[in-house]
Design a protein around this ligand. Structure first.
Ligand code: ADP
Ligand code: MG
Length: 270
């Protein structure tokens, strides 16, 4: 990235753009935004949609590793950056791929974050995407504000765990989206329960409590005056973490896994 101004307009912000844009947001980190983003992308691609991902978690970028393309480098054609294609045909761009060295730390203040975000949207050759997914950093900081300014037409998917503390901050992230005139398309509750491996599939252990997803969905719906559905409750599944760590997300690595089934179901609803 040049650190300068973008060379072109953001295609997804043009009137008549046919690309659905979904920003995956949450109040706190570690709730599964990136895992959800990569799995939804692969599930949508498997439905035949052309999918791109912008890893907008500039400091905490993790999408390339989860997709097994951490060492890939985007090529440049004239002044356009070509996104990195995964084996499944999802196009990805991340600051992690644009840094000279993988271990380099990004230490930027707000204006640089904004420029980086705009360049990943405008100076990357995305082609005709059906869907663009943005993996946001947690919270209501610079990136969320920038995104709201540059892509007011983006729809926001709010991720929470069942935990009260996560739900409360997730509501703030959702409210922020609405302040930026973005529509909250739904809530996904992740790490909802663990199926006890010794006691059969009907025995669910609620590790992080219960009710967070329903709480966020109903609070946002009453605040905004439109329906905000709870799209899924995704179980805690070791396969999901293993898939992310191995660079092969669970929807592909273990497609019959209950988390994979739930994630594909969300993809069909978006
Ligand atoms: P975020 O992007 O919100 O910070 P991540 O997607 O990086 O969250 O998830 C945090 C950690 O939790 C990762 O190690 C991930 O593999 C793991 N994880 C996420 N969702 C699940 C789940 N449903 N079951 C098991 N592990 C999960
Ligand atoms: Mg993340």
């Amino acid at each position: 990235l040049r650190g300068g101004q973008a060379q072109r307009d953001i295609p997804f912000a043009q009137p008549g753009s046919l690309t659905q844009v979904f920003a995956v947001a949450s109040g706190k980190g570690g709730v599964g935004k990136s895992s959800l983003t990569v799995n939804l992308a692969l599930a949508m691609a498997a439905e035949g949609r052309a999918v791109g991902i912008v890893d907008a978690d500039i400091y905490g970028h993790s999408v390339p590793a989860m997709l097994g393309v951490a060492d890939a480098r985007p090529t440049q054609v004239e002044d356009l950056i070509m996104p990195v294609p995964t084996a499944s045909g999802v196009s990805v761009i991340s600051i992690g791929m644009l840094k000279p060295r993988r271990d380099q730390v990004v230490a930027w203040r707000g204006p640089m974050l904004d420029r980086a975000l705009v360049q990943m949207l405008a100076d990357v050759y995305w082609g005709d995407l059906d869907v663009l997914l943005l993996d946001l950093p947690p919270g209501t900081g610079d990136v969320a504000i920038s995104l709201g300014q540059h892509l007011p037409g983006a729809q926001v998917l709010v991720v929470t765990t069942p935990q009260e503390a996560a739900a409360e901050v997730a509501e703030r992230a959702g409210t922020m989206a609405s302040m930026m005139h973005q529509r909250v398309v739904g809530v996904v509750e992740n790490m909802s329960y663990l199926t006890c491996p010794h006691c059969g599939p009907s025995h669910q252990i609620e590790i992080f409590g219960a009710g967070g997803g329903e709480r966020v969905a109903s609070t946002l719906a009453s605040r905004f005056g439109y329906d905000v559905p709870l799209l899924a409750r995704i179980p805690f599944e070791p396969s999901l973490r293993e898939g992310g760590d191995a660079g092969k997300p669970v929807v592909e690595a273990d497609p019959t896994n209950p988390a994979a089934v739930a994630l594909r179901e969300v993809a069909t609803r978006l």
